[in-house]
Design a protein around this ligand. Structure first.
Ligand code: UDP
Length: 471
């Protein structure tokens, strides 16, 4: 059998790039005649590629180097005019269309598919021009996919901005959701990000399939609603492939945080980490410090500080002396560690000393917490994280609620964090129930990716489709 070529176009953010490549690795495990080319979009701020570079080197140096190669697309000027991060990434990816076309046209073997990040649906035009099936890779969950697909219908039903709504919104497959739990990017209909969400959702319907990093057993009602067409009007939904959890496991060996955890009792530490973009201004940092100190529990807190490059706010390594309240480190040194830069999160979550996780609710972080059976406190910050938090607390029951004041800015008071940490870490009926649910989900995730599991079966089905395309 000849080689089957697949091209993958991810967004450069780790939460998108890594799951798409990891999914490529799993396809290669199923069928090593797949030849996978990852098209690497070079981000406008070179600092953001450095994390990816070590990941790319790592993949290339393993057995996957035989089946997966990385092709850097030419440096491209960022859009001159943009309004928000969703607008920026959607426009920036669109500007790469000629490069994507040239890279695929160069392929010496027949191309059976182009997997595109869900912010890159404009690139479906390139796939159409080249006569190649396009698959959407949805790095978030089925709840967000259902919302995306349903947004055009909601638009007709709800004539005003979600940010003005007090009530709830119906999305097929999930309980009515308070409007304030919808993704930040769609709260205002006049915003460009809202326009992009509607645009991308409509274009998903043109794809040959939608690959989702979720698990059938985690979101059964939502996947059923998507599959039976309840999310869209007058059109059919392409086949959906829930193949998750696609997780990148780290094993960095000796790391100060792991060594510190080695010295702590089992399930005693609450771990706080806020994804690749989470960072706080000084007043919020102070509230967290006070809340943790008062809770009396052990903690490992990843604290990074905000900076702005080219109008985009993002975190950098923190200067802890400047960021933390005076005397905090001294007073908590017997039971706490504040770490000023990125950590090997999966390794930390897998550590027996970790008993709880305060998370920003990025979908990858949620999947990782479920995989390792760690109950959470959701502290949503941006993107679709409020929707994820709602699903974790109200639908899945795997988290203890944190009251987040969020008319515009997210703010959590020390007392509220202290209460949530106590509820998460101390014996109670609530903690027992949450832990039971988490353990159930942990088992479901592990079962799904094994031979005979639902995600494995979907991946096999996808692999067969791809092989047929070049047979
Ligand atoms: N991550 C990590 N170390 C950190 C922060 C994040 O390894 O200090 C990883 C985390 O394990 C996850 C990814 O980065 O796999 C973040 O993805 P997620 O979807 O949770 O959030 P995003 O960063 O996309 O908002």
């Amino acid at each position: 059998m000849g080689k089957t070529s697949i091209f993958i176009l991810p967004l450069w953010g780790t939460g998108h790039f890594i799951p798409m490549v990891e999914a490529g690795k799993r396809l290669f495990d199923i069928n090593d005649s797949f030849s996978i080319t990852v098209l690497v979009v070079q981000p406008p701020h070179p600092s953001t590629i450095s994390n990816l570079q070590s990941y790319i080197n790592e993949v290339s140096s393993t057995k996957y180097g035989a089946g997966i190669c990385f092709k850097y697309l030419p440096l491209t000027d960022p859009p001159a005019d943009f309004q928000d991060p969703v607008d920026f990434v959607s426009l920036f990816l669109q500007l790469h269309a000629p490069h994507v076309k040239a890279a695929i046209a160069d392929s010496t073997t027949p191309v059976s598919a182009l997997f595109i990040d869900f912010f890159a649906t404009t690139i479906i035009d390139v796939a159409n021009e080249l006569g190649i099936p396009a698959y959407i890779f949805f790095t978030s969950n089925a709840a967000c996919l259902a919302l995306n697909l349903h947004l055009p219908a909601l638009e007709k039903k709800i004539p005003f901005d979600f940010e003005e709504m007090e009530g709830e919104v119906d999305i097929p497959g999930i309980s009515p959701i308070p409007a304030m739990c919808l993704p930040t990017s769609i709260m205002n209909k006049k915003s460009r990000s809202y326009g992009w969400f509607v645009y991308h959702g409509k274009r998903f319907l043109e794809a040959k399939g939608v690959i989702v990093n979720t698990v059938l057993e985690l979101e059964p009602r939502l996947l059923e609603a998507i599959n039976d067409g309840r999310c869209v009007e007058d059109q059919s939904t392409p086949p959906v492939y829930p193949i998750g959890p696609v997780i990148k496991f780290t094993d960095v060996g000796k790391h100060d945080c792991i060594e510190w955890l080695d010295a702590q009792p089992p399930s005693s530490v609450v771990f706080l980490c806020f994804g690749s973009m989470g960072c706080f201004d000084p007043p919020q940092v102070k509230e967290i410090a006070v809340g943790l100190e008062r809770s009396g529990h052990r903690f490992l807190w990843v604290l990074r500080s905000p900076t702005v490059t080219g109008e985009i706010r993002h975190p950098v390594d923190a200067d802890l002396e400047v960021m933390l309240p005076e005397g905090f480190v001294q007073r908590t040194k017997e039971r706490g560690l504040v770490w000023p830069r990125l950590v090997p999160q999966t390794e930390i979550l897998s550590h027996k000393a970790v008993g709880g996780f305060v998370t920003h609710c990025g979908w990858n972080s949620i999947l990782e917490s479920l995989w390792f059976g760690v109950p959470t406190i959701p502290w949503p910050l941006y993107a679709e994280q409020r929707l994820n938090a709602f699903e974790m607390v109200r639908v899945m029951g795997v988290a203890v609620e944190l009251k987040v004041a969020r008319k515009r800015e997210v703010f959590v008071e020390a007392g509220e964090l202290e209460r949530a940490v106590r509820r998460l870490m101390e014996d109670s009926e609530e903690r027992k129930k949450v832990k039971e649910k988490v353990d159930e989900m942990r088992a479901a995730c592990r079962q799904a990716v094994n031979g005979g599991g639902s995600s494995y079966a979907y991946l096999q089905r996808l692999a067969q489709e791809l092989s047929k395309a070049t047979a």
